[in-house]
Design a protein around this ligand. Sequence first.
Ligand code: ADP
Ligand code: MG
Length: 385
Amino acid sequence: MHLIAVFRRTLNNNNLKSFSELGVSKSFIKGLDELKIQKPTEIQERIIPILLQQKTDIVGLAHTGTGKTAAFGLPILQNIDPKDKKIQALILAPTRELCQQIQKQLFRFTKYSEKIFSEAVYGGAPIDDQIFRLSRPTHIIVATPGRLLDLLERKALSLEHINTIVLDEADEMLRMGFKQDIDKILKNVKSQRNIWLFSATLPNGIQQLIKRFLKPNAPRVQVKNISEVNQNIQHQYVLSPGVDKLKLLVYFLNAHKEDRGIIFCSTKASAQKLSRDLNQKGLSIDVIEGDMTQKERNKVLRAFRAEKLQFLVATDVAARGLDIPNLAFVAHFELPDQLEFYTHRSGRTGRAGNTGLSVSFVDDKQYKDLVKISKELKFSLKMAK
Ligand code: ADP
Ligand code: MG
């Protein structure tokens, strides 16, 4: 078992350098080690040396689960002057969960380094608390665009000494309607700052953003497309006519009593209903969707991470980017309405050398849609046994 894991790891990371060879300082490596981040992923190997060696803009194209947080987080941390108490870096991300997650990762990376202070600020939480927290020395801000503007208008912080701006999940920020907010923020920072843009996809909006705000010579780093990233995932389907869908899902979940997984729905209402239905069948399950308050979502996520819940029902937006390790499977109770969502959903399983299962519950018509998805994303599809 152990040997296989080691072998897979070697396969996935062939010829990869160590973090110290990439130029990451010892004080961070100890913190990384504790998080079991020992060998850089591909995007980390390619991006970190560039960002440590030169002041530059950069475009990083990579899907969920490829390790982008450390790819930009380590260079950010290493560029901070801890003695200078001004805000030196800004990270923009689409949701409060992502902001919290990024801030937490940065905090952990610095467990053994000189103190570097970061704060996460986002909508849907009391602004007064955030204003108070920002009154203390802060080196790095992790923010959703809307809340950042709000705080800027209230003069709760200043971006005057920012050297670096990260746009994390830039495509998702545009999709969520943050374009004008981002424009406004980028127009209001001094010109000698660097922008590091990360995105899973490169739609028109992102290309325009790059053209408008990044230097024309900004390096572009793209890691393998998803079919290669998802090598460790088996994609299966269960043919389930409408009336039998729930029954077949329950059967599947009962057959996976030892495993943990997320079941995806495409709307908030159907996610809530499915969660109730599965609860009634005696399964250990709860739901996260975008209409729930942050507190409610956090409570459910905490329970899921602590393995007090075995399964989770989620909508695409609520689950986007969340880092939930070691999922044996993801199930698509409803197919996603966008191609990327299939990728993002599936990206929750098959991580770090583990094999994962992505299983879709489809009727005849949905099966045809699924076949289209599999052709687009170039994965092979099998009937579940
Ligand atoms: P992304 O932002 O690309 O979706 P994350 O930065 O959230 O990916 O990382 C996904 C998961 O992989 C996290 O749990 C993180 O701790 C872990 N991880 C990141 N880099 C490595 C690495 N080099 N080795 C092992 N695990 C890693
Ligand atoms: Mg990320």
